[in-house]
Write a protein that binds this ligand. Structure first.
Ligand code: CO
Length: 132
């Protein structure tokens, strides 16, 4: 595994529209992209903080994993995403170390990235994403 940096931090919100004023007016960040990821049933909004991004995740459907997360835990930090040069290789590496995977193979995420999630059972309850 060869993590270069934290690619983004995912934050579950009920409404991107209602969350924007805090990020833009209080923190002074600029939302540079809003994008719907249909297969994950979320709308995402991105802010750059150095080379790391904040990714707001708003559910677009009641059966979205983000909707279920908010229902259980409320709004807040949802996952942390590490940048790696090769997601497939990193998945094989962590799997060989006994880590449970949510995604056995990389899939498409927002911003054209290849992503895969590790299971919180194996990561101290922190939902962890690898992306390239
Ligand atoms: Co993410």
């Amino acid at each position: 595994m060869n993590i270069s940096h934290i690619e983004h931090i995912g934050i579950a919100v009920k409404s991107i529209e209602n969350s924007l004023p805090y990020y833009e007016n209080v923190l002074g960040l600029k939302c540079y992209n809003i994008e719907e990821v249909t297969d994950q049933k979320v709308k995402t909004a991105f802010f750059k903080v150095g080379q790391t991004k904040i990714e707001l995740l708003e559910p677009t459907s009641e059966d979205s994993t983000i909707a279920k997360f908010i229902e259980k835990k409320g709004e807040g930090v949802h996952h942390i995403a590490f940048a790696v040069p090769d997601v497939a290789e990193s998945l094989a590496d962590v799997a060989s170390k006994g880590v449970q995977l949510i995604d056995k193979a990389p899939r498409g995420g927002a911003e054209g990235l290849h992503i895969a999630f590790l299971h919180p059972k194996s990561t101290g309850s922190v939902l962890t994403e690898l992306c390239q």
